[in-house]
Design a protein around this ligand. Structure first.
Ligand SMILES: [Zn+2]
Length: 312
């Protein structure tokens, strides 16, 4: 089965032509500095036409176009529901109408963490599992959940997506979402520098002298023995593990899959979270598997076929 797919991130989008689990061709389109999403839609259309020509695939051979969006989207109505300071015009865009006009094929739009979960189930770390929680650790913390082979969506298309905003500290930091003590406000790419600056001894530490702080530097300085980096890293690990325990209690998965840029340190993160949930999660049936995602940046694209095949 062939399909078109777009994976839209904060500064760029990847357009691809797929044949089942194979990416036949892909191209990255920069969206950096653009005012909203509307001006780049023609660029996406142009890129797809080029990719279709390169691969010799005809649009009417494609089952549809799957759009992975970095915000809340409701696939049932083909709309973006809410954005977070990026592509704010997306809420008003008729994506299905655009796809029909440009390519004459149906379009389905979905949140990027849900797309990554679908991709990992279809071709990656969660193959063979029907009950899955996905967490993406990056600038923010994305989430998605699947129960009995179906994505959890809920009344307003929010269910499962707010895993990064299920609080772990009632007296913690205020999050961009309005809540207090979210994992995203305590241990995500955007909040890490804020947490670090408030940490005792930070300014004089090796980490503090290596600004701007990011997870790559945090794990590196911790490994090299910087005490502030070690304490901050261990705090992040505990936040993520506490969050995983909450997600396991909420969604009853067999497997928790971690994706995102921070997973370059999967060899430290995965065993920590696995040991923590084995000790603290209430799973009398057995042990939840904790695994690193396998598809990297391709997960969202490879979620296209299962999304398009999903019964309406
Ligand atoms: Zn939050």
């Amino acid at each position: 089965m062939k399909a078109l797919a777009i994976d839209l991130g904060g500064t760029h989008a990847t357009c691809a032509v797929l044949d089942d689990r194979t990416i036949l061709a892909e191209e990255v389109v920069s969206t950096d500095g653009t005012q909203g999403l509307k001006p780049v839609l023609p660029l996406f259309a142009q890129t797809f036409r080029k990719l279709l020509q390169e691969t010799g695939v005809a649009t009417n051979d494609c089952a549809g176009l799957a759009f992975s969006f970095c915000g809340l989207a409701d696939t049932r109505i083909g709309r973006v529901v809410s954005t977070n300071q990026k592509y704010d015009d997306a809420v008003g865009i008729d994506f299905t109408g655009w796809s029909k006009k440009e390519f004459g094929i149906p379009l389905r739009i979905e949140n990027d963490a849900r797309m990554a979960l679908l991709g990992e189930c279809y071709a990656g770390a969660a193959r063979g599992f029907d009950d899955v929680v996905m967490t993406t650790l990056g600038t923010g913390i994305g989430g998605a959940a699947m129960i009995g082979g179906m994505l959890v969506r809920g009344k307003h298309a929010q269910a499962g997506c707010l895993g990064g905003h299920l609080p772990v500290l009632f007296n913690g930091r205020t999050c961009t979402c309005g809540n207090i003590g979210c994992p995203e406000a305590e241990a995500a790419g955007w909040s890490l520098p804020l947490v670090a600056r408030d940490w005792p001894g930070y300014v004089d530490s090796a980490l503090g002298k290596d600004e701007p702080v990011n997870f790559e530097k945090l794990f590196r300085h911790a490994e090299q023995g910087d005490l502030v980096a070690t304490a901050l890293r261990d705090r992040c690990l505990s936040i993520w593990a506490a969050s995983a325990t909450g997600l396991i209690h909420a969604y009853d998965p067999e497997i928790v899959v971690y994706g995102g840029g921070v997973m370059k340190s999967a060899d430290i993160i995965i065993p920590f979270v696995q040991a923590y949930v084995e000790k603290h999660a209430w799973t009398p049936w057995g042990k939840v598997k904790v695994k690193a995602a396998e598809l990297g940046n391709n997960a969202g694209l490879l979620g296209a076929i299962p999304l398009l095949l999903e019964p309406r």
